[in-house]
Design a protein around this ligand. Structure first.
Ligand SMILES: Nc1ncnc2c1ncn2[C@@H]1O[C@H](COP(=O)(O)OP(=O)(O)O)[C@@H](O)[C@H]1O
Ligand SMILES: [Mg+2]
Length: 238
């Protein structure tokens, strides 16, 4: 584990400023080092997705600072943010967000087109990352021809194909049964072991306990930040 990758200082996000304002993030301070595996846990409405949107450069805070790899991204404009986002972050969502009429390999290739990667390299990267998630036999399958767990593995392959250093997963197992959830968590652990920084957002203690560090958020504030002593000591219980 290495340098500071993510640093947020007094981060606030206020929706609908004024009478009906919602303080979704309320003076959040957090530091994450390169290579960490962190779960961010909180109840529904606690501010997890808002935080993910900030960390993932999908949105900017109302106030406060966000340094990603030493660069202040909290005041960037949309076009600058999208450059940083494309380079640094792989997203995994609860709903997979795959394109129904594209097969696995095409789904993984798609965002690589926007990154300006040539066809041959795209194909190679897509195959590589589908193999990494154990889907070498499903590359020609469309989402409707795969189980939920397999679809989420395609989504993970898509997230890692361009080799971003940070993986941001928002409730990645929220739509999955427990066997598929275990698979997905196993893959996220593998990503962490291969050196990626993994940030896993969840409302589920059993899932959060799989991470090395657990940050608990409540009403837009960090309530606790603990190291999981059992991390890496064998079988997970889900
Ligand atoms: N675009 C928005 N406009 C107004 N309020 C929002 C918006 N997005 C989220 N909120 C509110 O901000 C709070 C945090 O929401 P969210 O970050 O989605 O929480 P979580 O992901 O933990 O369920 C909630 O009270 C929610 O209703
Ligand atoms: Mg959410």
């Amino acid at each position: 584990m290495g340098d500071t990758l993510i640093k947020v200082e007094d981060l606030c996000k206020i929706y609908n400023p004024g009478e009906n304002e919602v303080r979704a993030l309320d003076h959040v301070n957090l530091e994450i080092k390169t290579g960490e595996f962190v779960a961010i846990i909180g109840q529904s409405g606690s501010g997890k997705s808002t935080f993910m949107n900030m960390l993932g450069c999908l949105d900017v805070p109302t106030s406060g600072k966000y340094y990603l790899n030493g660069t202040d991204v909290s005041t960037m404009k949309d076009n600058e943010l999208s450059v940083v986002r494309n380079r640094e972050i792989g997203f995994i969502f609860q709903g997979f967000n795959l394109i129904a009429n594209l097969n696995a390999i095409e789904n993984v290739e798609l965002p690589l087109i926007y990154r300006g990667i040539d066809r041959k390299t795209r194909h190679k990267l897509a195959i590589e990352s589908l193999k990494m998630v154990g889907l070498e036999k499903r590359m020609q399958h469309k989402p409707s021809e795969m189980s939920g767990g397999q679809q989420q593995r395609v989504a993970i392959a898509r997230a890692i194909a361009a080799k971003p250093p940070v993986i941001l997963a928002d409730e990645p197992t929220g739509n999955l049964d427990s066997a598929s959830s275990r698979e997905i968590l196993g893959i996220l652990k593998q990503m962490h072991q291969s050196g990626k920084t993994v940030i896993l957002i969840t409302h589920d203690n059993g899932i959060a306990d799989q991470a090395r560090r657990v940050v608990r958020i409540m009403d837009g504030k960090i309530e606790s930040d603990t190291i999981n002593q059992d991390f890496g000591k064998g079988e997970e219980v889900l």
